[in-house]
Design a protein around this ligand. Sequence first.
Ligand SMILES: [Mg+2]
Length: 305
Amino acid sequence: MAFTLFADTRAALARDSLHGLSVGDALGSQFFVPGRRPADLAAGRFPPSPWQWTDDTEMACSVVAELTEVGEIDRDRLALAFAHRCEPYRGYGPGAVTILRLIRTGTPWPVAAASAFDGQGSCGNGAAMRVGPLGAWFADSTRQAAAQARASAEVTHAHPEGIAGAVAVAVAAALATRARLDGDRPPPSRLLAAVAAALDPGEVHQGVRRAAGLLGRPLAVAVDALGNGSRVTAQDTVPFTLWAAATHLDDYPAAIRACVEAGGDVDTTAAIVGAVVAAHTGVGTPGGVPADWLAAREPLPDWVA
Ligand SMILES: [Mg+2]
């Protein structure tokens, strides 16, 4: 179905997804603090605020700021935005810090991204973690969401799996947003089948297909088969996050609790899942990002707020 989205509608949809991403990131990262247990969250006992967001949110804010200013991804601009806004204490991985330092000191992004991991390029989950709001922005075209996600990934992730992770998340967010506009919730199996259809063959593609076969199974079974991001690769992160988002697409708190319970790279799994689910539910709505969770999150940077 073809339809037109006006610029301020795109911005509002992407903003809801960014709130879902950043609240998930900020709350998820609290569970790396010793003594915090998933059972606390399940029982409604929350960490003290403010919940500080991490690299996932910082980079996602740059993606949204670029879309707001330019309307599409200009890779040269995005690479410089990532590089100049990087605050290393936000939990960036060592590979990302190196690539962003190279870009900041004048190395062209294609060279910096290709140099990572002995010339293989990064297949980390960093391109997937920041891209959900871009999918919401391009809710009117999964084809464009996929192409723009690829562009946004390439500036740091030269490995095909790192790029596929971003494409998968953006397409999922675009479909979740479109379903919100249509006023219906896609069955989880249809959502995952549509994401898989948008991907090139590879490990992320296989993982998303495996995730579809695990719908309705217990969380622990899904984590066992799909991973939970503990290896911080796209392959080990994205299939599980799309299983969780498809399963809990109309219940943001349940989606985030599933990520916390799953363990692993919790700030990033909760950021990805939060971005996709909030693109569907919105903020402050029934099943959406709770207003008190949003208030507990550290404010977003001035340059995107
Ligand atoms: Mg992080």
